[in-house]
Design a protein around this ligand. Sequence first.
Ligand code: SF4
Length: 383
Amino acid sequence: MTEAVRAPDGGLTAGASELKFRDPTRARELAGALEGVCEAIGRDRISVMHVCGSHEQSIAKYGLRTILPRRLDVIMGPGCPVCVTDVPEVDEAVVLAADGIRIATYGDMVRVPGTTRSLADAKAEGARIDVVYSAAQAVEIARGTDEEVVFFASGFETTAVATAAVILADPPSNFSVLSAHKYIPPVMEIVAEMPGTRVEGFLAAGHAATITGSSLFEPFVDRHGIPVVVAGFEPLDVLAGLLKLVELVRDGEPRVVNMYPRCVTAEGNRNAQERLWRVFRTVGGRWRGIAHVPNGNLRLRDEFAHVDARKRFRIEVQRLWSHAPSALTQMCICGDIMAGIASPSDCDLFGKECTPEAPVGACMVSNEGTCKIWQQYGGHPDL
Ligand code: SF4
């Protein structure tokens, strides 16, 4: 059963909900408490993973690594949806665009490299690409034209709920969806089962848990004996979440703890879950650079074939595969970074051939990508 930490009683781990979320004094107290717990564990290295680009942004933006215990390794896992969108999924969108279909998609997706080209390259060659901020905006574009409009949809289950909502709201007949949506829990299984994994606990994303509920992680904890703490995104949310997580590691207590009770409940948003699973089903598929993830991809159910771009159009991505990816692309280690076995600074291209202005890999494109975050804010613990 999930513990929700609600009422602070002055204890440092109590109630992230009632902390002043950027208070430097409380931040130092939490960091000191983290130091004490890590010392009590006594090992040279304690490794935990978060699976959310927003957590990495908070850690990097507020310089939290500079106050974390040196022996605590907070690894960014596969928590950037743009980064894990697989190359063939980008290729599908590029082929549709090259065939004259109008593509609407989120801004970051435009520059993500496919096998040889991105949507930005297709646009430079004359394709119609619209950047949208929501699935609803993609529907509006379709309503305003007779052209076929395909919404190239990326994001985890939280974002997929919005895609499901527009599909259920009777979109126009020229609208369809190319789903690259992903489902986070199965990839946590992959990380936990990786041979030689160092991950001793997971910090789960608070926003996704508002939909799924914190109890979603209980079967994972039961299976793997690894604690999960749901945390928010303010600096003190992250520090309080990490403190609770290392306490659970110290105490050998594999449990789910909800440290974001101001937004997250155990059962989540049932209405949103109902919409999500009415429209989508899980299927196995590759996550870029990581692995085949059983049940890791969200695809439209058969009853929604009429809005499924994969059923509506013949998409022949093989024609892109006659060109080998560039030598630089082959040097990208995004997959190792998202699996927690490498850092951006381990990549020879980081900050040199690969920058946010000229990204080689997907991790340098998105604001939630580790490489872009490190490049923007500096992410190395020795800052
Ligand atoms: Fe890939 Fe660029 Fe990151 Fe290197 S720095 S891993 S090339 S995205």
